[in-house]
Design a protein around this ligand. Structure first.
Ligand code: NAP
Length: 495
């Protein structure tokens, strides 16, 4: 099944930079590279390292560490279950993991399970590609956080089967769930689509790899869903993209409606926003679609999505008996500032949005690996073209979200990884690759430290079990993910 696709590609077509074909000063001893994170950015870094001149002799060793027991990062745990075409990007990396010079260490969290110095002493190069896995949102209450307020990460982790995630409380009333999602990016559209598809009983969700624990609860507890997406700015500042929104508009019909207020569209067209519109082709296309949806709003019998603008949440109405939010208090905003830098400014007008569940879908933040805090600012590693610094003689590089922030689609990582690998190669070309850990030994260190892990063969066993498991819903269901770490270790532990 796993063919060696990378090795069959012409070298020049996958090299980060063709001029780098010139001879390099390749170290004669083993060159150990650690990649932290096996999501799309780590995957592309691995792919380009293997096809770089660093791999022209037989001494390159690449160890890929992931805190999860399974590979693929956001491809497995972030991308929506009904977007299998995007998830399939992992096919591109499988061949790389089959190579002898590549090792996978799943369930090994660098900074926690294994300390940074264990890695710097056994590797010459570390590529930090561990993504942005924390979330940040204002509490809006002085009391403990109400139980029905969550971050998007919680619900996304839940339906994607991240071990240990219990998922949100669905406080539906008579089977109707009112969900308020704050922030209007693509993650918001993913969550909305999964909720809507669930009540619409869409085959594409049944066939997907949404985990049964989430699917079953949504089906059992929610009969109808009303999703309201609150944007603090106007329509021209919408963060989601046209493709994702168009997919939702195609779902409308008797049972599902989408609504955008005409007043919001009109208010969005201030002079500064029209300048933004004039300068952006993607925005023009999106704007046309948003305007057309607003001129023919629809109401569905069981599922409704409403995209609302100029609403800035500032507080909650809380039912003290249950510590749950019953409405989100918002102030109506206006925009101020230059084109492309417009900010929301609160007015005195207030709006209450009744709700059963509040989801803050306001983006993700990164965290430094323990010991690398001094290279870190505002949720990303400070770096120049991917170079971060030198730690214990080991050169550090970064790519993906942890380098540029939580923006961009899977494909954005291609450019990012190519540039980072180009820097790695340039540094070796310049003789800066000397020093650092001579390597070998990381497995010995892990054994000494009592660390257990899932290796590539172990992951393949897990993968097979997930694909072969009894289908819970329909024959077409892609897999039923294992959501228990002990079970994963039982199947996949390196022996
Ligand atoms: P995002 O695109 O950055 O959107 C965040 C949203 O939250 C924006 O609407 C932002 O509004 C709003 N927001 C931020 N802070 C806020 C606050 N304090 N109060 C109210 N609203 C606030 O984030 P995301 O949706 O998490 O996506 C992350 C990245 O992954 C994006 O680049 C996205 O395109 C990508 N992604 C792509 C896909 C896909 O291609 N299918 C799927 C999922 C994610 P302001 O603009 O006003 O700050």
């Amino acid at each position: 099944m796993l063919t060696s696709r990378i090795s069959s590609l012409p070298l020049k077509s996958i090299l980060p930079c063709s001029h780098l074909l010139s001879p390099l000063r390749i170290p004669t001893r083993s060159l150990n590279v650690a990649i932290i994170g096996s999501g799309p950015s780590g995957g592309y870094a691995l792919k380009y390292l293997l096809s770089s001149p660093l791999n022209s002799s037989n001494n390159l060793r690449i160890n890929v560490f992931d805190k999860c027991h399974t590979p693929w990062g956001l491809l497995r745990s972030g991308v929506a279950p009904d977007h299998q075409d995007v998830k399939n990007a992992s096919n591109d990396f499988e061949a790389a993991f089959e190579r002898e010079e590549v090792k996978f260490y799943g369930g090994v969290e660098i900074g926690k399970t294994l300390k940074l110095h264990h890695l710097t002493s056994t590797h010459k190069i570390i590529i930090l590609s561990h993504g942005c896995s924390t979330s940040n949102f204002p509490s809006l209450t002085s009391s403990p956080s109400p139980s029905n307020v969550i971050h998007s990460k919680n619900i996304v982790d839940w339906y994607n089967g991240v071990p240990g995630v219990i998922g949100p409380i669905l406080n539906s009333k008579n089977g109707v769930l009112k969900v308020t999602i704050i922030g209007g990016g693509n993650v918001t559209l993913d969550i909305s689509r999964i909720l809507l598809k669930s009540v619409l009983k869409c085959p594409s969700l049944e066939e997907s790899d949404i985990v049964e624990r989430a699917f079953e609860r949504l089906r059992r507890e929610v009969g109808r869903v009303e999703v309201r997406v609150l944007n603090r700015r106007g329509g021209m500042q919408t963060a989601f993209t046209i493709k994702e929104f168009r997919d939702l508009t195609k779902m409308t019909g008797e049972d599902m409606g989408i609504n955008i207020k005409k007043e919001d569209i009109e208010k969005s067209m201030n002079e500064e926003s029209l300048t933004e519109l004039d300068k952006s082709r993607p925005l023009k296309r999106l704007w046309k679609l948003l305007s057309s949806v607003s001129s023919s709003p629809t109401t569905g019998t069981i599922a409704n999505l409403s995209i609302e603008y100029f609403l800035n949440p500032y507080g909650y109405t809380v039912d003290p008996s249950t510590n749950t939010v019953t409405s989100v208090k918002c102030r109506v905003t206006e925009l101020e500032g230059e084109p492309f830098k417009q900010k929301p400014k609160d007015t005195d007008v207030e709006v209450d949005v009744e709700t059963d569940l509040v989801v803050w879908s306001t983006g993700y933040k990164g965290e430094a690996i323990e010991g690398l805090e001094r290279y870190f600012d505002n949720g990303v590693y400070r770096c120049e073209g991917g170079r971060v610094g030198v730690e214990g003689g080991c050169r550090l590089y970064a790519c993906g979200w942890i380098r540029r922030g939580a923006v961009g689609i899977v494909g954005t990582n291609i450019q990012d990884a190519r540039e980072t690998v180009r820097r790695v190669v340039e540094d070796f070309e310049g003789g800066e690759g000397e020093g650092g850990g001579e390597g070998g030994g990381v497995e010995e260190v892990m054994r000494e430290e009592g660390v257990e892990w899932v290796d590539w063969e172990g992951w393949k066993r897990i993968d097979e079990v997930e694909r072969r498991r009894e289908r819970k819903r329909v024959d077409e269901q892609i897999r039923e993910k294992i959501v228990d770490v002990d079970e994963m270790m039982k199947i996949g532990k390196y022996l």
